[in-house]
Design a protein around this ligand. Structure first.
Ligand code: SF4
Length: 197
């Protein structure tokens, strides 16, 4: 066929593929992404780099133990349970262990997800490496959470609103399935949330 011999046709095909791939990457970065899997320990190809534990006497494995990470840029601090570092590379992955079960829920608890997202910001500011993903590990399932533009935007919004609440003592209640489903006040004493989740 004539058209397949035309170099402009193939150029156009390449441009279309690039546009679709860029569009797809942009679309994915606009969403909060959480993939649910059965809980398993360790990360293949990674070593523990940081652990929120006390250093045992005589421990010489080079781990960073329990340092309080502080971000000057966002004025937040925290200690992830673990940070894993790629064996041959710089990639860092925060891991947060939860004592509860997630059962059939398809999403992690909103507060846990924001905690992990805050660690994304902290790690980026303290170590100069933006984690591409993190893990929330419940007793039965774990979630791989991608560090998308959407989750960063959400956690920054939450930080601003918490800071405002601390300053003026006023907070805006956020009624949603994600926020309220595990709250003991939902359907009992909460006067802000009309729906029982
Ligand atoms: S039920 Fe009420 S108190 Fe509980 S998280 Fe929702 S808005 Fe807040």
């Amino acid at each position: 066929m004539e058209v397949y011999n035309n170099p402009y046709f193939w150029k156009l095909v390449c441009v279309c593929i690039i546009v679709v791939l860029v569009g797809y990457a942009f679309y994915k970065s606009r969403r909060i992404f959480a993939k649910k899997l059965p809980t398993k320990q360790g990360l293949f190809g990674y070593d523990i780099f940081y652990a929120d534990q006390k250093k045992e006497q005589g421990d010489t494995n080079g781990l960073e133990y329990g340092t309080l990470l502080y971000s000057e840029k966002y004025d937040i601090q925290g200690k992830p349970d673990y940070i894993f570092k790629k064996k041959y590379g710089k990639a860092l992955v925060p891991v947060e262990i939860k004592s509860g079960f997630i059962k059939e829920e398809s999403w992690p608890h909103a507060g846990d997800m924001m905690q992990l997202a805050a660690y994304f910001l902290l790690i980026e500011d303290v170590y100069g490496i933006r984690p591409r993903q993190g893990r929330l590990m419940y007793q039965d399932y774990m979630f791989i959470i991608k560090n998308t533009a959407a989750i960063r935007k959400e956690v920054k919004k939450q930080i601003v609103s918490m800071r405002k609440m601390l300053q003026d003592g006023k907070g805006e209640p956020v009624c949603s399935f994600a926020h309220c489903r595990y709250c003991v006040c939902n359907g009992t004493v909460c006067e802000f949330c009309d729906t029982r989740y």
